[in-house]
Design a protein around this ligand. Structure first.
Ligand SMILES: [Zn+2]
Length: 101
């Protein structure tokens, strides 16, 4: 189970009559118009995009810091932090497929 499925409310839609209780399976799932999951999905998708953009920004900053590092120790520290971010991004890509906005 990924983060999305953990947070998914189970009975958000009881009225659209089209989703038949089929829950969206990720942030980018196609759902019927006026489905009760629409708003929730939109919100979660925006949160997800923000999270990815934040990671991208941090990666860019770290790359600059790596280039400008005055000592090996500092450079190694920044490289380590950058690797952590890249691992997080890879995990998101595996779980959700989409990390380019
Ligand atoms: Zn529905």
């Amino acid at each position: 189970m990924n983060e999305f499925q953990n947070e998914l409310p189970k009975e958000l839609c009881l009225k659209c009559g089209k989703c038949n209780g089929n829950l969206p399976k990720d942030f980018f799932a196609e759902i019927p118009d006026n489905c009760g999951y629409e708003g929730w999905l939109f919100l979660k998708r925006e949160e997800y995009k923000q999270k990815i953009r934040q990671l991208d920004e941090n990666a860019i900053l770290l790359n600059i810091k790596i280039k400008n590092a005055k000592s090996n120790t500092k450079r190694k520290k920044f490289e380590h932090a950058l690797r952590k971010i890249q691992e997080q991004l890879e995990k998101y890509e595996q779980d959700y497929g989409n990390i380019n906005f």
